[in-house]
Design a protein around this ligand. Structure first.
Ligand code: NI
Length: 168
C-alpha cells in the first residue's frame, strides 16, 4: 500500500526509531509498503519514520531508470565501518523542493537483517553509501538538512517557513 510521506517540519521525523525484535507479518508488510511508496514517489530510499512508523527498517534502490530494480530491505541497519569523504548533493522525499551538498563518508560497511532474518553485509560506495547514511540517519531522527552549516541551515529554514506561509 502506498503510504503518505511525512514532510518537514513534522515532529514525527525527529523521533528515534526502535529496533525490530521479531520479523513479524507486520514488519514484512511495512517493508512492502515502504518499497511501494518509494517507487511511487519516486525515490532511491525511504525509512519507516518517514511514513510515521518508528521501527528501524529502511529500503533503498539506487539502480538507474533503465536498469532492473535492485531493492535492498535493511532491518536494524548499523554502519560498522566507514571511510573516505564525499560531498554530494542530496534531496529527501520528506524535504520536498530542496537539495544541498552534504558531507558524508564515501564508503560504508553496513550490517543488517533481511526479511528472512538473515544477517547481511553491504560494502557500499558512492551513491549506495550515501543512501545508507541518509536512511540510517532518518532512524535516529536526523534529516540531511541537519548536516548543513549553521548559515545554510538558517537559509533553508527561512525558505521552508516562507513556503509554509504561502501555503496558508
Ligand atoms: Ni530522506
Amino acid at each position: 500500500m502506498i503510504r503518505t510521506i511525512l514532510t518537514y517540519p513534522n515532529p514525527e521525523l525527529k523521533k528515534k526509531s526502535l529496533p525490530v525484535t521479531i520479523i513479524s507479518a507486520s514488519v514484512r508488510e511495512l517493508a512492502r509498503d515502504l518499497a511501494e511508496t518509494m517507487y511511487d514517489a519516486p525515490g532511491i530510499g525511504l525509512a519507516a519514520p518517514q511514513i510515521g512508523v518508528h521501527q528501524r527498517v529502511i529500503v533503498i534502490d539506487v539502480s538507474g531508470k533503465n536498469e532492473p530494480p535492485d531493492l535492498i530491505v535493511a532491518i536494524n541497519p548499523v554502519i560498522i565501518h566507514s571511510d573516505g569523504d564525499s560531498f554530494e548533493e542530496e534531496g529527501c522525499l520528506s524535504v520536498p523542493s530542496y537539495a544541498a551538498n552534504v558531507k558524508r563518508h564515501a564508503g560504508v560497511i553496513v550490517k543488517a537483517l533481511d526479511l528472512e532474518g538473515n544477517e547481511r553485509t553491504w560494502n557500499a560506495e558512492d551513491l549506495l553509501a550515501i543512501a545508507f547514511q541518509h536512511e540510517i540517519d532518518h532512524l535516529d531522527g536526523i534529516l540531511f538538512v541537519d548536516h548543513l552549516s549553521p548559515l545554510k541551515r538558517e537559509l533553508f529554514q527561512r525558505k521552508a517557513r516562507k513556503a509554509a506561509e504561502e501555503k496558508r
